[in-house]
Design a binder for this molecule. Sequence first.
Ligand code: EPU
Length: 422
Amino acid sequence: MDKLVVHGGSVIKGSINISGSKNASLPILAAAILTGEDCIIRRVPDVSDTNYMIQILSALGAEVERSSGTVRISCADISDEAPYELVRRMRASICVMGPLLARKGRAVVSLPGGCVIGDRPVDLHLKGMEALGAKIEFEGGNIILTAPDGLRGAEINLRGESGPTVLGTDNVMMAATLAEGITVIESAAAEPEVLDLANFLNGMGAKITGAGTRRIVIEGVKELKGVEHTVIPDRIEAGTFMAAAALAGEGVRLNRVNREHLRAITEAIIKSGHKVEFNEEGTSCFVERGEVLQGVDLNTSPYPGYPTDMQAQMTALLVTTPGISVVKDSIFPQRFMHCAELKRMGADIKLDQGTAIVRGVEKLSAAPVMASDLRASAALVLAALRAKGTTEISRLYHIDRGYEHIDEKLLMLGADVERVRV
Ligand code: EPU
């Protein structure tokens, strides 16, 4: 189990490239199940979540080759049962359900287990599959979906109590590509990752319109073909490095970003007093620590709102920002595991039912801390860059789930970090 040792206080500067999006790659890899032809997917980040997805596809019988970010998948002959041992490791494995059901008329996927960021049900995914005509049964911890006569288009409202569901929208959209007739998804998730998946599916011959809005229309087709696709930049990795640059930077350039996807994050960083400038095309940005800083209030919401996946990292930035900041997570109200660890480093945070009230302190001090989930670990790395002394962050496997070579990228920017194998 690796740990990251961060010697705080060094200044970061220079430039790095942002990787392809983890959360776009996962459903796109799963979508390759929808065709027997070869799919070539570029800029798939080398993180453990994409590795799990590739292992699941291989276990289903797919032939997969991976070489420096490019993945070639052939699902000529695949089974309809996703192996529990692999599925249980990652919640996003649920997105093999829609493609398997559409391609094979049957899908067996284990029910995802508990999740440290809070309750993460799959009722909306199942509601969508049922509306498309699937029969659903539960047995031995598995969900068994069958549609022996194929799926039929339907009108489906995917709104849950906390708004739309990202992977639920992906799952229904993928299943509907091969359904007979027209499917309309109302209250669809509008995240850029959903649009990227729709672009991938349309490249395969699907007929999807409205992706990236709250209403998606899918006209079913008989079959899909192979496609080549390049995954969009990871907006959360970009946001995390923007926060790092604001915390400890003397001018950091991030290349391969998408300005449009980063609007809410950019706005929050600028509001707290830092400088963010994009090039004309919006594909590269320069972030500089500001001089007059102030607390900000944030509330996470579905895209284009402020993303829950950038809540922990922004909290880490606000911990040493003068004034009071109120950070609310409306999507995952229990996603505040990082706060206990940040407090051990000297942060002044009070938690109150899905809200963190942060009073900016002048400095943090190093402490041994433990990563609890992907984004919480990133928050600890950020805080450690600014803390006085050496912070050891254990359970680094959490961060390796979603950040491609984070230690190497930080080293390139001049941070004093080392990965230690324990
Ligand atoms: N929800 C339901 N029923 C469902 C599904 C979701 O009530 O059937 C609720 C959830 O409990 C939550 C809200 O709906 O309150 C939104 O959850 P969503 O389904 O959108 O989450 P997800 O699709 O499972 C993706 C990302 C997460 C990200 C969320 C929200 C991937 C692989 N995962 O999860 O990313 O936090 O959307 O934006 O795309 C991460 O990368 O660190 C991460 C956790």
